[in-house]
Design a binder for this molecule. Structure first.
Ligand code: HEM
Length: 495
């Protein structure tokens, strides 16, 4: 149904031939589609286009095109497409999926200002303390290591966002946020729900319970409201009784006091959405990165040893590492970078959308096209990263032993005006968690390391919006008596 020739004889970017009605749906696998796109780019070139039920999808498989379009032409490449189910659940408040609108811009300003490197530094003492809480939990309940890592991210985000101290794994705010993340994952991807491809299905009435999306949408709405309103009410109560802790929400509520009328109402709406997005956007993604670090370390005991030697030389094993040690730990730095590159958490970032027709390299890209940056292809380009499938922190070490910068790595956090606002916060989290774990534990597959090193094929990944390793065995064995003492003392002494 789609002619490849459009606008003054210009064609859409190349790609496999679409079938009538369904278009290219069979060319886009529901899982690991980044691998299929990368493969197709070898045949058709780096800029591909697909057509699915009338929607044009453009996939950019090299750095040049994402820079030229998603960054330099950010004024027209920063929208998101409407996901019909999100509309049903009234999730327009969620910044990650919000249209390129005034409310999005206001919300984005809040997060950019609050989380840029300077202000984000004020959360470091909290991040360091939380990393040590993690070590203590790993020491006392090592079998629950995965749950500890998950909880840690929720704790850090709710502390940063709202100054809220999580009351254990059964905390209501954590539960609500986890539920929202889960539903969001299940209803967002193209093809995940039929209603997203065939929006008229949203009108199926509730008396057809097997076919109606309405009950699920109502549930999703309720959870969304709980996630955005509950923690803010907590901060407001804290302000009244003088117990509110420093947080993004506290800063914003103070700013709101200066505004009146519609300006106030818009700013409040933007604040609720921006803060409400932090957990869904930030928790699972950071967990995924930490899990990938663990997989890499299990596959490469020699890298673990090298990292521990570097840490020991700096701390003398008299204390646990701190943020101040970071400049002296180039190998740990390189390990964090390679973790983000090797198995990117968001291999396709989040699809952008165009607000105007455009022409690029002679191809026509229509208004409303979905434009996807294939981060996986960029990070696995053998010209830029020789042996791209190998985990090699050394790529990020200069000949003089210092850490090497790689501007391309920002692609791990997406592109242009929609780039992840949490990236500096994540950078600090990854550093302190990785450095702390390695200085205290030997990380092995089995309790005594007896299961040996397995090959990469032993580790499976989820293949959707967020790609993370699925369950795998992992043991955290205190390196020795000294390590145990350092862990147990770290919270008492606050050092
Ligand atoms: C390893 C961890 C993380 C990774 C890999 C990651 C990656 C990404 C990516 C790829 C995007 C989409 C960018 C685009 O559309 O081009 C994104 C968006 C976003 N991220 Fe992150 N993220 C991480 C952690 C966080 C954290 C900790 C927070 C908050 C504290 C956060 C907040 C957000 C928000 C609010 C957006 C939506 C931005 C917008 O649409 O304007 N992320 N992130």
């Amino acid at each position: 149904i789609h002619s490849r020739r459009r606008r003054g004889g210009l064609s859409y970017p190349p790609g496999p031939r679409p079938l009538p009605i369904i278009g290219n749906i069979r060319d886009i696998p529901q899982e690991f589609s980044w691998l299929a796109y990368t493969k197709l780019s070898k045949t058709y070139g780096p800029i591909l286009s697909f057509h699915v039920f009338g929607q044009v999808i453009v996939v950019l498989n090299n750095l040049k095109s994402v820079k030229d379009l998603l960054e330099k032409r950010g004024d027209i490449y920063s929208d998101r497409t409407v996901v019909p189910f999100h509309e049903m659940a009234e999730w327009q408040w969620n910044m990650a999926f919000a249209r390129y609108s005034e409310i999005w811009r206001l919300g984005r300003k809040i997060l950019d200002r609050g989380l840029r490197p300077g202000p984000a530094a004020k959360y470091r003492p909290m991040q360091q303390t939380q990393a040590r809480v993690l070590l203590n939990r790993m020491l006392t309940r090592p079998n629950e290591w995965e749950a500890h890592i998950e909880l840690l991210q929720g704790e850090m985000i709710l502390a940063m966002g709202y100054g809220y101290e999580v009351q254990g794994p059964d905390d209501r705010k954590i539960h609500a946020a986890q539920k929202l993340t889960k539903i969001s994952r299940e209803v967002t991807l193209p093809g995940a729900l039929l209603v997203n491809n065939l929006p008229f299905l949203r009108h199926i009435p509730e008396w057809l319970p097997w076919f109606s999306y309405k009950p699920l949408a109502r549930f999703a709405y309720d959870i969304g409201q709980e996630v955005i309103n509950d923690p803010i009410d907590f901060v407001k109560r804290g302000i009244l009784n003088g117990t509110a802790q420093p947080s993004l929400a506290l800063d914003q509520l103070k700013e709101l006091e200066k505004l009146t009328g519609t300006e106030h109402d818009k700013a409040e709406q933007a604040m609720l959405g921006a803060l409400g997005t932090l957990y869904t956007a930030g928790a699972e993604t950071t967990v995924a990165a930490i899990m990938t670090f663990l997989v890499a370390i299990l596959l490469h005991p020699e890298i673990q040893k090298k990292a521990q030697d570097e840490l020991d030389a700096v701390t003398g094993r008299e204390r646990l590492p701190t943020f101040e040690d970071r400049p002296s730990l180039p190998f740990i730095e390189a390990l964090c970078k390679e973790t983000l590159r090797w198995k990117p958490v968001g291999p396709l970032a989040v699809p952008h959308a165009t607000t105007k027709d455009d022409v690029y390299e002679g191809y026509f890209i229509p208004k409303g096209a979905l434009v996807i940056g294939n981060t996986w292809a960029i990070f696995h380009d053998p010209e830029a990263y020789p042996e791209p499938d190998a985990f090699k922190p050394e790529r990020y070490i200069n000949p003089d032993g210092s850490a090497r910068d790689d501007p391309t790595l920002s692609a791990a956090f997406g592109y242009g005006r929609r780039i992840c606002p949490g990236r500096y916060f994540v950078d600090a989290t990854l550093f302190i968690v990785i450095a702390s774990l390695l200085s205290a534990f030997d990380i092995k597959r089995g309790p005594k390391g007896e299961e040996g090193v397995k090959g990469p094929s032993e580790y499976n990944y989820t293949g959707n919006l967020v790609s993370r390793p699925t369950q795998f065995p992992c043991s955290f064995i205190p390196r020795d008596k000294r390590a145990e003492e350092l862990i147990s003392d770290s919270l008492i002494m606050g050092a």
